[in-house]
Ligand binder design. Sequence first.
Ligand code: ADP
Length: 166
Amino acid sequence: MADRRIAVFPGSFDPPTLGHLDLFERAARLFDRLVIGVLENPSKAAALLGAEARRDLIVSELQGRGISADVRVFDGLAVDFAASVGARWILRGLRSAADLGDELAMAGTNREASGGAIDTALIPASPRFAHIQSRLVREIASGGGDIRPFVSPAVAAALREAQVRP
Ligand code: ADP
């Protein structure tokens, strides 16, 4: 159906946090179809978890919460990924004013790069999760700290395992 509202939610999700899961749940209610895109090669830093591991963790969290969404690993540009699944929306989360500048630049760039076909919706983080950042979770995990307040029990276990067997 051409007028179905399809959205993609691209990100590194290294690791997927409670903040990401909250957004997935809310986004799945807003759109007819939600496709979560797990970026294969996050440029920022060496990934803690492989892309397939990140995808599998998200899939099982969604199942456990009854959230209906597809999860795919992708590489390259978010607009190309969006176009490949017929999406006209890219979703991103907004945790604070500090996120806004980068997200606006990315939204404008993606709109132009897609010839105006694909727009971005920024969804505000729920206040109880707004402080959670994957980068900080990675740091705490690397330092041997307790990451259980920030991620699901399954994700915490996967991170512990990844550190034992990197
Ligand atoms: P990136 O895609 O920049 O690598 P992440 O994988 O950490 O970043 O996050 C993907 C998306 O999820 C981004 O739009 C980010 O703003 C959003 N996000 C990250 N953490 C949270 C959170 N705690 N609450 C809501 N949204 C979040």
